[in-house]
Design a protein around this ligand. Structure first.
Ligand SMILES: [Zn+2]
Ligand SMILES: [Zn+2]
Length: 156
């Protein structure tokens, strides 16, 4: 008679919940699983052996992650965050502050919030066009409207 024995890895689900999956780039259901080697006889696990660690599996894409992804902050994706990111991209690519501000106001944001978003995206250093007085982020060189070189605006 041949006795077949070996190791078999078994998984135990310790917890389930939602986490931010960096593969799916959104919030997904996960299982926190513990892997453990078992001594198996005839392919039947008999004796638990060493633990192989705990990991988090995304139930959508099947990727495994270290357990510490669960304590990572979830990137916020509220409409305001999106607007702020858009405004920042616009301003960084040379949109005048006045235009970015108007765009934000048009979305229905309150004036206070609009100013907060603008200040966060621009910082305190600004530049101004000598012709039409449009203002820009300090990293911008030329006016988008008339092409003139921008001048530094004293800090406010
Ligand atoms: Zn995923
Ligand atoms: Zn100009």
């Amino acid at each position: 008679m041949i006795i077949i024995f070996g190791n078999k890895v078994r998984y135990k689900t310790l917890a389930t919940g939602q986490f931010y999956c960096s593969q799916c780039k959104t919030q997904r259901d996960y299982e926190l699983r513990q892997a453990r080697n078992w001594f198996a006889l005839y392919f039947i696990p008999i004796i638990p052996l060493n633990q192989l660690g705990e990991f988090v599996t995304c139930l959508t894409c099947g990727m495994n992650f270290q357990k510490d992804v669960l304590s990572a902050p979830i990137p916020s994706n509220t409409p305001l965050d999106r607007l702020a990111r858009e405004a920042r991209t616009d301003l960084e690519s040379g949109t005048p502050i006045e235009m970015a501000r108007q765009k934000l106001i048009n979305t229905g944001l309150s004036r206070d919030l609009v100013e907060q978003v603008i200040t966060q995206a621009v910082g305190s250093d600004r530049k101004r066009c000598p012709n039409d007085h449009l203002t820009y982020r300090a990293t911008i060189q030329r006016c988008a409207q008339c092409g003139a070189w921008l001048e530094n605006l004293p800090r406010t």
